[in-house]
Design a protein around this ligand. Structure first.
Ligand SMILES: [Ca+2]
Ligand SMILES: [Ca+2]
Length: 84
């Protein structure tokens, strides 16, 4: 019985934390990366935004490919949230 209560406690504590993490990512997607607000991060947007943070184009292209799961040349919000 104690274990069940503990599990419920842990789940109810961790679930909102997961939501907050996603929330921060959604904000980052919309405010930082998706410059033209079409719901997709293009390679140009991604490289340009990261360049402002002092990141190299090589590294950004590598990360872009990692995020772009279906390799269609754009990162959707779903793809962005699916990546760590
Ligand atoms: Ca865009
Ligand atoms: Ca994609």
């Amino acid at each position: 019985m104690k274990n069940i209560l503990l599990s419920i406690l842990i789940i109810s504590f961790l679930a909102p934390m997961g939501l907050f993490a996603n929330d921060a990512k959604i904000k980052r997607f919309k405010k930082s990366f998706d410059q033209n607000s079409d719901g997709v991060i293009s390679l140009d947007e991604y490289v340009a935004v990261r360049a402002k943070w002092g990141k190299s184009e090589d590294e950004s292209q590598k990360f872009f490919k990692y995020h772009d799961k279906n390799k269609d040349g754009g990162i959707t919000l779903e793809e962005f949230l699916a990546s760590k």
